[in-house]
Design a binder for this molecule. Sequence first.
Ligand code: MRU
Length: 335
Amino acid sequence: MELLDQTRLPTEEVYLRLDSAAEVAEAIRVMRIRGAPALGIAAAMGVALELARAARGPAADLAATFGEARALLLSTRPTGHNLAWALERMGRRFRACGGERPAAVVAALTAEATLIAEEDRLACRRIGEFGLELLPGEGATVYTHCNAGALATGGIGTAVAPIYLARERGIPVRVIVGETRPLLQGARLTAWELGRAGLDVTLVVDSAAGALMKEGRVNLVITGADRIAANGDAANKIGTYGLAVLARHHGIPFYVAAPLSTIDPATPSGADIPIEERYGAEVRCGFGRVTAPADVAVANPAFDVTPAELVTAIVTDRGILRPPYGAAIAEALEP
Ligand code: MRU
């Protein structure tokens, strides 16, 4: 599989070729690929690649290979749901293969991974169509955080999908994106991809959000999500919760956009979502520049949870969900 190394953006566009689950796991861990739906797709591809490798060798034990690849990929990033969701789906497809020949198993699992990617592409488009209803026809300024765009999905993104469609349909839309400390996904990735698409995008430091809202320069906030609990609490990049509080204070709608594959009905509330804690070096020494004493203690949670009560609506590929979210989510997840 080939992927654009997101750690090198925006200055270099380098494509990597990955041939094993271990290589995919490394790419996920160091965030060469990131964003919840993209992680699901990558993990599914990683399993398929590993099975293909094993099938080429003598006396392949595909069940053992599947189990090891699955465990390795699952251990990479704990907060986002799509990764576990995709691996679960690959597991069901693997079990359905029964005692088929290795080549047939590899073909089936490769097809399943490809289908996961294709379905995500379509889900993004549907999120865009539904989300478009939330953008005022006369134009709007949307604040977004981190990167919930094409780089994070198999399609045109989640939070950013309505923005791409607005542009396609001639609806004026301006985007403000926060840098997203410490790894700068807003600056390095969202500003890059929206700029390339010709969108009107302005980059701000994260701490500018409150002042911009106070000055009336933001009409709505849309972010993605890494995992949405059964009650509508939503985990997303650190800083999202603060934006939701600010939006509520200033009477600005706060929307979360995500495919159903990000919703985890087995997680009752945000308190049950595991929050990934990343390296202190990302904060003390971002991108090779020392910006803090080497021995200062650092807390570096990669995500936070926005309580459902601060979320105006959740835009999914099955439509716009409104409170009370418990019932709306249960209904949306019905087959
Ligand atoms: O740590 P990251 O860059 O993987 O975090 C990504 C986010 O928080 C995104 O907003 C989320 O995954 C939604 S992507 C459509």
